[in-house]
Write a protein that binds this ligand. Sequence first.
Ligand code: PLP
Length: 392
Amino acid sequence: MEKIPVSGPSITEKEIAYVTAAVTAAWYGQANVFHQRFEEEFAAYLGVRYAVALPSCTAALHLALAALGIGPGDEVIVPDITWIATAAPITYVGATPVFADIDPRTWCLSAASLESCLTGRTKAVIPVDLYGSVPDMDAMSAIARRHNLAVIEDAAEAIGSEYHGRKAGSLGDVGVFSFHGSKTMTTGEGGMLVTDREDLYQRVLALRDHGRRPGDKMFWNTEVAFKYKMSSMQAALGLAQLERLEELVEHKRRIFSWYRRELSGVAGLTLNYEAPGTKNTYWMVTAIIDPKLGLAKEDLLEQLGEYGIDGRPFFHPLSSLPAYAHLPRARRARQRNQVAYNLSPWGVNLPSGLNMDEEKVAYVCQTLKRLLSLAIIPGYQESCLEEKRAVL
Ligand SMILES: Cc1ncc(COP(=O)(O)O)c(C=O)c1O
């Protein structure tokens, strides 16, 4: 069997036709036709007023912070478990990231920890829809309202996820998405910023275009800003993917259901959680292995690799990274964020690409079960059952 990659897209004749049309004709007076359709249809899908196509989600986060006027002296709270792209743009604008703990079930920002991290300098919070799971956004919004914080929802990994009937990414002042090649819908590299706020939308349009306000006279820059634009070919690819999004999301959920069926009842393993009232799109099927088995994520990934199975480690807490070693707030986070530090060493992302079929999932699960059974210590299975009975 060929190596099973951890992620990857679904590309059909539709995508090829749209990109071909863009590279053939989206020039001169037609240069923006695909951007316009992509942005309009994306906003309609999300149920928001504005969408801006960008070269990456990192750029979207940077613009969101800049448009909100966040800068030196300000603090922005992020979950300790996420990709560094959530936090790096806080440094770009000169503010300070503060790493809060995560919820043990959704693996997303914990509202209680968010509250405990607030100071007089906190200006914004960036909840992350980790691996397609959505945090308790009602609690986040209530805290944000009480403390006058902006909410930037990092939905990079959660296109199609839902929270009480609303789409992930539409739940804060600003939402951001990634269309990196590993994501549920892709433009190769790319991102989108969405908002209902006219003021933020106008500010983002100027900031992403070297400080030129839309409609101003030509080459007239009112400030020094950024150049963050997506190409027509990427917008065409994104449009084709968006028009197939229901199918892509459904397949993601089907892949997860195969894993759940194959792994149900396996002792010592916890998969992604779907909180009541939410729809998880399972960008990455993720298994947390009971620490009692002593099978650290790096070891398990190496063993899976020997069977041709590609995986990824659960994110390391940001506060544990050398990149943030100099921050006093990171030192405090290392002591405070018990959930992040207890889960992270034992989590692996399993192959979740859109090319996964039932047979491949069965192979990954059989292999995983074999590796777990080798790690199982005598009496472990019984002790798990007893623990479960005690809970019931
Ligand atoms: C949670 C999260 N935020 C932000 C990003 C950044 O996305 P991009 O690579 O498009 O800049 C990613 C990308 O993987 C991500 O997973």
